[in-house]
Write a protein that binds this ligand. Structure first.
Ligand SMILES: Cc1ncc(COP(=O)(O)OP(=O)(O)O)c(N)n1
Ligand SMILES: Cc1ncsc1CCOP(=O)(O)O
Ligand SMILES: [Mg+2]
Length: 222
C-alpha cells in the first residue's frame, strides 16, 4: 500500500482499528465519525448481510465524510471496493485470495488478511499481497461465533515471531481496554475491535481509552 511520505505509517494507524457492528445502517456513519474523533485511523465496514449496492452507498458516504488520513476498508466484498476507488479490503481464508484482491485493486489500497491458523503462513503469496495480518480470534467473542480456536496472547506471540518483521499485525476477538495491553505486549501493533467501541455508551471515549492503553503498552515494549 502506498502512503504519503508525510502521513503516519500504517503500523501506527493500526493501533486501534474499528470493525463495525452489524447491521450496518445510517447510525454506522455516526458511530464511525465518533470513533474517529476519539483517534481511530483505520475503519472496516463489516456488513455480512447487506448487498454490494448498500455497502457501496455507505462506503461513498464515508469517503465523503472521513478525514483523508483515515484508511477505509470493506470486509469480504471485492466488488464493492472496485466500485469505490481508494477503499481497501479485509479478507480471510474463506474469501478471495489476497493476491487476487491485490491484482484487482492495485498497490494504492490497504489489504488485510486474517490468520486463524499458523499453517496459513506457508502461503507466501498471501503474505506478500497483504499490508497487515490479523490474529483471529485472540479470545472467544459473541460477535463472531464461526471462528476457529482462540489463539490467545501466546498464539499472537508465536505468530509475530513467524511473520516477516515488517508486516504489521493486529489482534481481534474479545479485546477491550482491560486486555488490549496483553495483545500489544505479545507483539501485535494494534487491536481491532467491534464491541469495545460499537457497544460503548461513549464510542469516542472508548476509542480514546483503547488508544491510551495501546500507546502505553507499545511504549513499555520498545
Ligand atoms: C481486522 C479483522 N480481522 C479479522 C477479521 C475476520 O475476517 P474473516 O475471518 O474473513 O471473517 P469475517 O469477518 O468475514 O466474518 C476481520 N473481519 N477483520
Ligand atoms: C470480525 C471478527 N473476526 C474475528 S473475531 C471478530 C469479531 C470481533 O468482535 P469483538 O471485538 O466484539 O469481540
Ligand atoms: Mg471474511
Amino acid at each position: 500500500m502506498i502512503m504519503n511520505r508525510s502521513s503516519a505509517s500504517l503500523r501506527d494507524k493500526l493501533g486501534v482499528y474499528l470493525v463495525t457492528a452489524e447491521p450496518a445502517d445510517d447510525s454506522t456513519v455516526e458511530l464511525i465519525m465518533a470513533a474517529v474523533s476519539g483517534g481511530v485511523r483505520v475503519v472496516q465496514l463489516r456488513d455480512k448481510n447487506g448487498t454490494t449496492a448498500e455497502r457501496v452507498a455507505l462506503l461513498r458516504t464515508l469517503q465523503d465524510q472521513l478525514p483523508p488520513e483515515v484508511i477505509l476498508l470493506v470486509n469480504d466484498d471485492l466488488a464493492a471496493a472496485v466500485a469505490v476507488p481508494g477503499v481497501g479490503v479485509h479478507v480471510g481464508p474463506d474469501d478471495d485470495h489476497p493476491a487476487e484482491v491485490r491484482r484487482r485493486l492495485g498497490d494504492r489500497v490497504c489489504i488485510g488478511w486474517s490468520i486463524h491458523d499458523l499453517d496459513q503462513l506457508r502461503d507466501k503469496s498471501a503474505l506478500a499481497a497483504s499490508d497487515y495480518v490479523a490474529a483471529s480470534p485472540v479470545w472467544p467473542t459473541p460477535t463472531k461465533i464461526d471462528t476457529t480456536a482462540p489463539l490467545g496472547p501466546e498464539g499472537v506471540r508465536r505468530l509475530r515471531a513467524m511473520l516477516p518483521p515488517a508486516l504489521p499485525l493486529v489482534g481481534i476477538g474479545g479485546i477491550h481496554a482491560g486486555n488490549a495491553g496483553s495483545v500489544i505486549e505479545a507483539g501485535a501493533d494494534g487491536v481491532a475491535v467491534v464491541s469495545a467501541i460499537c457497544a460503548a455508551a461513549d464510542p469516542a471515549g472508548a476509542a480514546a481509552d483503547l488508544l491510551s492503553v495501546v500507546a502505553a503498552a507499545t511504549a513499555t515494549r520498545s
